[in-house]
Design a protein around this ligand. Structure first.
Ligand code: B1M
Length: 211
């Protein structure tokens, strides 16, 4: 790998936004292909971050800084991809369920999914069952990701899955769930396709479900 790409993924790991942007511009000026810059520079760095975070070697604020640095580089490369088809790992629609305003973890999951090549549609927080169903009809994602941080709102996940069954859409989409009070047992109980305890596990789960 060329020096600038190696340096780029190292600076993503260190969460250095300005340097990542500078190196991204340098990589473009040196004639690197935009996809090469994304995959070998930006995403490769973020993959390392995901693994370290999962192992407990990095903390949330650091991961957010890395994700911000990666996004800063992406913004510069993206215009060069106009008209170019990027191979997506799949489409994920993600949101925090009704009545729940917690979004730090959900956003972290969304960023990590994007960093490994998923096309992510992030609906935000306090999303009703109807809003999820409408968005699924509109965007036709491969995976629906539901997040909840409150024991009171996690029950809303079952309503969404029941509604998917009711509308005859359950077989068309994989449903993954997560959030501090969520467990594998709860996931099995409500008929989700899987539970992920953290962002890195969520990316692995989506990859496994769509393999
Ligand atoms: Co709230 N809150 N909060 N809160 N809050 C908790 C969740 C709580 C455990 C604190 C406590 O009492 N110890 C408690 C819930 C108790 C319970 O239900 N059993 C609680 C409460 C009670 C409340 C309010 C009711 C407080 C009040 O107003 N009286 C209120 C509710 C508001 C509402 O939602 N309607 C409230 C409000 C808030 C703030 C707005 C102040 C703020 C949220 C800001 C925001 O998100 N923009 C907040 C915060 C920050 C927390 C704590 C302190 C931290 C949550 C967090 O961001 N963690 C939290 C205590 C705690 O969890 N230690 C708490 C960091 C984040 C990276 O982790 O979100 O777990 P987490 O995400 C992880 C995994 O869970 C997983 O991956 C992430 C990355 O590793 N994951 C997924 C998450 N979603 C996933 C989806 C997936 C897969 C994995 O697939 C789709």
């Amino acid at each position: 790998m060329s020096n600038v790409l190696e340096e780029l993924n190292q600076k993503v790991i260190e969460g250095k936004l300005e340097i990542v942007q500078e190196l991204t511009r340098q990589a473009i000026a040196e004639g690197h292909d935009p996809e090469e810059i994304i995959n070998q520079g930006l995403i490769m760095g973020m993959n390392v971050v995901g693994v370290r975070f999962k192992a407990g070697d990095m903390y949330v604020p650091e991961v957010l800084m890395c994700a911000r640095a990666m996004s800063g580089g992406m913004e510069i490369v993206k215009p060069l991809l106009m008209g170019k088809e990027i191979v997506s790992a799949g489409k994920v629609l993600i949101g925090t369920v009704k009545g729940d305003l917690h979004d730090i973890g959900k956003n972290l999951v969304a960023m990590l999914l994007e960093s490994v090549g998923f096309n992510v549609i992030n609906l935000g927080t306090d999303i009703t069952t109807e809003q999820f169903i409408q968005a699924i009809k509109e965007h036709k994602p491969d995976v629906l990701g539901l997040s909840a941080l409150l024991t009171t709102t996690m029950l809303g996940m079952k309503d969404i899955i029941d509604q998917l069954v009711e509308e005859g859409m359950r077989d068309e989409i994989k449903v993954i769930i997560g959030g501090a009070p969520i467990s594998q047992e709860f996931s099995d109980e409500i008929g989700a396709d899987g539970f992920a305890p953290d962002g890195a596990s969520a990316t692995e789960l989506c990859q496994k479900l769509l393999a």
